[in-house]
Design a protein around this ligand. Structure first.
Ligand code: GLU
Length: 353
């Protein structure tokens, strides 16, 4: 073969290989909402810091290795500590997630978020995301300026999961400290520990070691593409649902106050199996009569709050939260109340979601 032909063939092969390699790199959008992962302190050992001080571009630039695993772009959805997370940001985030995932140009989404309410936002997205493509959330316990900041590796692993076809169909996932959790199960269990999240009895969905993912299971409950819940394009707020924490000598006053102040639903973070004092229970009966939906959950953060154990839910008209803790039960009740106030139908949602 003439030398010029050989060169042309080699050049064409190189261009083709390059184009294929480029085309095969998954496209992942990082949506940033703030949190400690975007936090900044004055000193690397300063325990005090400001959440959400650093923008998404800075977070991406801090992890140049992302280029090797995905074609990454970033968008800033909010810049808040997640203690300030609210319906408005949730709705904005959910709408953007669905918009992006509907495009053939997006293979997965990574979301950075404060850890305080990550368990709630992830479960909200798990219920309203209309796609099987990966949606993976992460945060960090140390600010971006800290000695041994945990954010960069969490972002790297989070993007590696969002880019992984094996993550499809597993619902919304949370990556923290190498562990992959289901949004349904993940709970923050410690104020400062970098391994702050646990999935309790259901266990991890998988693990990620420097972007290499190992998968254990698929979440058992209904989620994402199969979920009956959705957010209307013009949805501006969600129904108000309050959580009331039960304790020894609990008075009924806060239950009455919640109903009086406009709560459409109340979740009781009950003692043990969703229990509360007799006066509190009597007040629950009264607000149920007024049309407020009351869900009994447990402050124990473990096990299942079932119907009709010590409380007669059939008589009282209450709903048992099953395996959802109070924070997650609040999310499901908000979305359920967009569809119905019928306690039986809402119990069916709690059984299946
Ligand atoms: N309050 C902060 C937040 O949730 C701190 C927790 C964190 O991000 O680690 O945004």
């Amino acid at each position: 073969m003439k030398r010029t032909y050989r060169c042309a063939i080699l050049l064409a092969a190189a261009v083709l290989f390059g184009a294929t390699a480029y085309a095969e790199k998954p496209k992942v959008v990082i949506l940033a909402t703030g949190g400690t992962i975007a936090g900044a302190a004055l000193e690397p050992t300063d325990p005090g810091y400001k959440s959400g001080a650093v923008g998404v571009d800075v977070l991406i630039d801090a992890v140049p290795q992302l280029e090797e695993i995905a074609d990454v772009s970033g968008e800033q959805i909010a810049s808040i500590g997640s203690q300030d997370m609210n319906d408005e940001v949730w709705l904005k985030l959910a709408k953007r997630v669905n918009q992006l995932l509907a495009s053939d140009d997006v293979d997965g989404i990574a979301i950075t978020h404060g850890t305080d309410t990550l368990e709630e936002t992830s479960y909200f997205l798990q219920l309203v995301t209309k796609s099987d493509k990966p949606v993976v959330m992460t945060g960090s316990m140390r600010p971006s300026t800290a000695m041994s900041a945990d954010g960069p590796l969490n972002i790297y692993n989070c993007v590696a999961i969002a880019a992984d076809p094996a993550a499809r169909g597993r619902g919304v996932l949370v990556l923290i400290d190498d562990d992959i959790h289901s949004a349904h199960d993940v709970v923050k269990r410690h104020t400062t520990d970098v391994a702050t999240f646990t999935s309790g009895e259901p266990g991890l969905v998988g693990v990620s070691l420097f972007g290499e993912n190992t998968w254990y299971r698929a979440p058992a409950k209904v989620h994402t593409a199969k979920s009956e819940f959705s957010i209307a394009a013009d949805q501006k707020v969600l129904p108000r649902v309050d959580i009331i924490y039960a304790h020894a000598n609990m008075s009924p006053d806060l239950i009455a106050a919640a109903a009086k102040n406009g709560a459409k639903g109340i979740v009781i973070a009950g003692v043990g199996d969703g229990n509360m004092t007799a006066p509190a229970l009597a007040e629950v009966g009264r607000v149920v009569e007024q049309g407020v939906v009351v869900v009994r959950s447990s402050r124990t953060n473990g096990g299942i709050t079932r119907r009709n154990i010590e409380v007669n839910d059939d008589e009282l008209g209450t709903v048992a939260s099953m395996d959802l803790n109070p924070a997650k039960a609040r999310v499901l009740l908000q979305l359920a109340l967009l569809k119905t106030t019928d306690a039986k139908k809402i119990q069916d949602y709690f059984n299946r979601y």
